[in-house]
Structures are given as C-alpha cells and as structure tokens.
Design a protein around this ligand. Structure first.
Ligand code: TRP
Length: 455
C-alpha cells in the first residue's frame, strides 16, 4: 500500500512498478505468438507498416486515455464509467470490457497451455535431433490430442488465479521487473541465430519489404486489431491498472514507454521467427501453430540450444502470465468493487467460469475442429472477435467518453498532473482523442468487415 494514495486501495509502489506492470500486461503471447502468425497471414511487410502506424497514433492515445480514466476514477473498468458519468448508460462500455476479458482469457490460456507443454518438452530435450518435419508433426499430434492441452490450460489458469489471489502489488509488480529485460536479451540471441541461417534473407524481406498489393480492408483491420490486442487496450485493463497509479506519475511518458517496449518485442519476435520460417520451409501463413513449429528448429541449430530453449519457454510462460493476470484482474476488481465479493471468492469463481469457455477453445483443435460458426472454429471466433471487434469498439467508446464526456479540461488536468508538468503533444492528443481516433477506428472496422464493398 502506498502512503500518499488518497483512497485506501492497493497500488503500485514505484514508477517502474507501473511501467513494469503495464508492459507486463502488454508483452505476452500477443507479441511472440500472435504478431508473427497474423503478420504471416497478412502479407508481412505491408502489415507491419500499417501496424506501426496504428500503434504510434491510435494505440498510444488509447492507452493514455485509459490511464487517465483509471487514475481519475480510482475504479475498476466498469466502476470508472459509473463514477465519472453517473446515471448514464456508459457503464455498458465497462461491461463490454469485462466480457472481452472473459473471451480473451478463454483462448489465451489455450496458447499459454501450449507454452507449458513446450516448456516441459524443452526440459526433456524433446526437440533434439528432430527434423523440421518431425517438429511440425510433434506439434500436430500434441494439438490434436484431447486431454493434454486441456490439462495445461487448466494449470495455467490456476497459476493466474494464484497470483491474483495475492493482490495487485505483491502479485504483479514483483514478477515483471526482472524478467522482461531478460526476455529481450534472450530474444536478441535468438534473432542473431535466426538471421544467420541459410535462407534467412527471404524471411527478412518478407517482414521488412512491404508489398503494398497485399493491403486490403481486411489486412488493415487485422493490423488495428493486433495493435489493440498487443497493447492490452480497448477493454479496461489499463483503466484498472491506471486506478492503481500514483498522482505524480507522468502518464504520457508511461504510455509511450510501454508502447515502445511492446513494439520492440513484437518486431524482434518477427526478426526471430521469419528468417527461420523460410530457412526451415514452413509456410508463413501457417496460422496459430506458426511459432510452435518454427522455434524448436532455432534451438536445435544453436550452441547451447537446450538451455536457450528451456529459458525461452520459461520466460514466455512468465510473459503470458503477466498478461493473463491483467485480464483476470479486470474481472476480479470489478467483482470486488461492484458486486461486493471477497477477492478470494471472486478469483476462484471467475477463473472456473472462464475455464469452461477456455476448454471449448482448446477443443477447437481436436474434438471440435469441425464445429464451425461463420466458417471458423470456436477458437478462431474468440480470437477474431476480441481483437477485431470488441477491442476496437471498446476503444471507440473509450476515446469518445474521454474526449467528449470528460472533455479537454479534465484531460489537460490529468496528463499534466494538475498543471505541474507540461505535455508537449497535448493539443495533438486531444485532437486524436476527440476526432481522429473514433473516426479512424470506425472506418477501419466498417471497411474491414466489408460494409463499403468487398475487399
Ligand atoms: N497484450 C497481451 C499480449 O500481447 C494480451 C492482453 C493482456 C490483452 N491484457 C489484455 C489484450 C487486455 C487485450 C486487452 O499478449
């Protein structure tokens, strides 16, 4: 608990704690699993460019907007809207965020479970001496088995619930501070190995040479969705964390730093994956399994690959955990403050409830692989719906709320810490929040789903 926090709420003790926790939320499977697979499916370089454009304009702004709403309201994702706009329907935006947390956690823990499986494989030297075909078929048979992926998913959900039971400061801050820098260093080593493989050049061209003929409305929406997903914005996770941030924190700086850390790791993940994708003859649009089919090959070809593989999957597990924590905390903070539940009861109840939906997501790769809605499996629907529908829509409402309901005066007040510091891009920020972001997000969304004609 911090001494100068006006309200008696749990909070982060240091500035680095805030950055670490928000970066911990942002950096996760979204960077290392989702970014490469979505970029691979959407043409590579051109996708990357659009993605970066969205991060720098809309992404940073929405993140800052969430911090402002959270710190101003000192409330959870739903309570924030109730408190700042009483007797209105704005709380529904918060509710949508809580639903998004449910949906994301459900399929995210599937992939986090795969990570645990690979961690165990790494300890048992499971990749050594295997050809890239054997590594791919290993992945296929694991994915298609019914129980193992479910068990791992439940283990991972249990880990998440365990941390959340401990409360925000003790639980979250501690884990991220040291492990994030370690992850970056490890990825750098793997990048070096990957770009020096035979045939690596094709991978680098794929990632960095934009082919603009690949861009269409759908690709642009995927890039926007990935930006939201990767930065953990659009559903109130950063509102919730913002409510734990101290009054003297420079929110614009924090938002920018988190965005940069997140983007750096996504790009490095691309540099690590794509050269190896081409070197080992995997298809870049292989989909959700992409990194799991590619990574073990890199370890195989590295001196000390056993140790690298082990530490990598360990750190990836932790990175995934600091993300799932931020998602479950959204739900739990809401249940504590709005439903009056005890932390313990709320954590257990919702972890179990989400796990039910999660198991269906996992079964999408085995028993339920033929069960399709809108031509997609349950997993693909949850994945698509969260990134490309719930988060961008949540983002639109969040910026409209801040820009038009709370208004420029409160924004200025909050981002300058009541006038104590200057914010360089204040006017630009207000313009983005009030006009650019809501209009751009809506247009990208409508265009992406084909409202203005087919892609
Ligand atoms: N951003 C995380 C990742 O990249 C996932 C995540 C955590 C998230 N909290 C979120 C995504 C809130 C959207 C909203 O792995």
């Amino acid at each position: 608990m911090t001494g100068n926090q006006a309200v008696s709420r749990d909070g982060f003790s240091t500035k680095f704690g805030v950055i670490a926790a928000a970066a911990g939320s942002a950096v996760g499977l979204g960077n290392i699993w989702r970014f490469p697979y979505v970029a691979g499916e959407n043409g590579g370089g051109a996708f990357l460019l659009v993605y970066l454009g969205f991060i720098l304009t809309i992404g940073v702004s929405v993140m800052l907007a969430e911090f402002v709403i959270g710190r101003r309201s000192q409330s959870n994702a739903l309570g924030a809207f109730k408190k700042l706009a009483p007797k209105s329907a704005w709380w529904l935006v918060g509710l949508m965020g809580i639903i998004a947390a449910f949906v994301i956690l459900a399929f995210y823990t599937t992939i986090a479970g795969w990570t645990l499986e690979y961690l165990v494989q790494a300890t048992q030297n499971g990749f050594t001496g295997k050809s890239s075909e054997q590594i791919s078929s290993m992945f296929d048979s694991f994915q298609h088995s019914t129980f193992r992926p479910i068990i791992w998913q439940l283990v991972f959900m249990g880990l998440t619930a365990g941390v959340i039971l401990g409360g925000v400061q003790k639980g979250i801050e501690k884990y991220t501070k040291m492990l994030m820098p370690m992850l970056i260093i490890l990825i750098l080593f793997m990048c070096v190995r990957s770009v020096t493989l035979d045939g690596a050049k094709d991978g680098l061209s794929f990632l960095f040479k934009p082919d603009f003929s690949k861009i269409n409305g759908n690709v642009i929406l995927e890039a926007l969705g990935q930006a939201f997903f990767s930065m953990s914005i659009g559903m109130g996770a950063i509102i919730t964390y913002g409510s734990y941030v101290k009054k003297d924190n420079l929110l614009p700086k924090t938002s920018f730093q988190v965005a940069m850390a997140d983007t750096l790791i996504a790009i490095l993940a691309g540099v690590m994956i794509f050269p190896a994708v081409f070197a080992f003859g995997v298809q870049p649009d292989a989909g959700t399994g992409l990194v799991f089919q590619v990574l073990p090959n890199i370890f195989q070809q590295m001196p000390g690959g056993y140790v690298f593989g082990l530490i990598f999957f360990l750190l990836l597990t932790v990175a995934a955990l600091t993300s799932t924590i931020s998602l479950l905390e959204v739900v739990v903070a809401w249940a504590i403050e709005e439903l009056g539940m005890k932390r313990r009861k709320a954590t257990i109840l919702f972890a179990v409830a989400i796990a039910f939906l999660g198991v269906l997501a996992t079964l999408s790769f085995s028993e339920l692989s033929e069960f399709k809605i809108f031509g997609k499996t349950i997993f693909d629907n949850l994945d698509w719906m969260s990134a490309n529908l719930l988060l961008p829509l949540g983002g639109v409402f969040i910026v409209i709320f801040l820009g038009w309901i709370m208004g420029p005066k409160i924004i200025a007040d909050e981002v300058t810490n009541q006038g104590q510091v200057k914010m360089t891009f204040l006017k630009l920020f207000i313009f983005i929040i009030r006009y650019l972001a809501p209009i751009a997000i809506l247009l990208v969304f409508l265009n992406g789903v084909g409202v203005f004609g087919s892609n």
